[in-house]
Design a protein. Structure first.
Length: 286
């Protein structure tokens, strides 16, 4: 599986999946004014790339708290840390200050970041989105990056994303506006993702059991987890139409599609056979 295990950073010892942690900063999230859809979206995206999100946390716009979280995450040595939010021009956008403090470096004006911000605001002004094109101190603030960092193109918004590297871990700071975050991840991080995730493949399969009591098949599921340690097995009660059923999801990561197929197929076949033998109707989900 040499194409799947990253050449740097942390990987899960059981699945060899690159480990990812997410730090979401924003007072507006913690007071309930804004729903943090960004973390969910990143979890889905990372999982689909073959990565493993090990930890997420939501913090206020507090420099020391962000710094402490970055330091703690680096000690756990994930392959990738995302920070979300706090890159804008206002005084409460303080994530990069926290990242810099966590890394033990200063914030410095970055010429390329300043160029990106300048060009973006000129574009916004030409389209009538902002009242003036010239740079001011609030806009220049978005060009102050942790020393040694690299700006990443934001295809939509004014604040560039930011990449820092420390001891084999990549730290990517993303803006909190969902459209901007998603555009950066989809359009500006291909090279980084290729290095971290390689050609990893992820797949899910589902079984539906006509049963309302998860405890009735708990031992069957436990044994499947023990016998197929590289296949993640999760059951949850679910309403299917007007009927309450149990949906069992099996998922696996591997170097390619064939590897994942070899992990999922025997586990799914075992569960189908054993649950049916226990007297319950079970089928593959459509």
């Amino acid at each position: 599986m040499s194409g799947f295990i990253p050449t740097y950073g942390g990987a899960d010892p059981q699945t060899a999946a690159p480990i990812v942690e997410i730090v979401s900063a924003g007072n507006e999230v913690l007071i309930g004014d804004v729903l943090d859809t960004n973390t969910h979206w990143l979890c889905v995206r990372v999982t689909g790339l073959g990565g493993l999100v090990r930890r997420t946390v939501m913090l206020r716009d507090d420099i020391e708290a962000i710094a402490a979280e970055i330091q703690g995450s680096l000690e756990r040595r994930p392959a990738l840390i995302f920070t979300v939010g706090g890159l804008g021009p206002t005084s409460d956008d303080r994530t990069l200050e926290g990242v810099a403090l966590g890394l033990g470096v200063e914030l410095r004006f970055h010429p390329e970041a300043e160029r990106l911000v300048t060009e973006k605001y000129a574009e916004f002004h030409a389209k009538g989105y902002v009242p003036f094109a010239e740079m001011n101190e609030s806009r220049r603030k978005m060009a102050r990056l942790p020393a040694g960092a690299t700006p990443i193109v934001n295809p939509i918004g004014g604040a560039p994303a930011v990449l820092c590297e420390r001891d084999g871990t990549s730290i990517v700071s993303l803006p909190g506006v969902p459209g901007e975050l998603e555009a950066i991840v989809e359009q500006s991080l291909d090279g980084l993702f290729a290095r971290i995730f390689g050609s990893a493949h992820y797949e899910e399969r589902s079984l539906v059991v006509e049963l309302q009591d998860e405890s009735a098949i708990a031992e069957i599921l436990r044994q499947a987890e023990a016998d197929f340690p590289r296949t993640y097995v999760k059951s949850r009660a679910k309403l299917l139409g007007s009927t309450r059923v149990i949906r069992i999801t099996l998922s696996a990561r591997g170097d390619d599609e064939a590897t994942v197929e070899a992990l999922l197929t025997p586990a799914a076949e075992r569960l189908l056979a054993e649950i049916a033998a226990a007297g319950y109707v079970v089928r593959s989900a459509e």
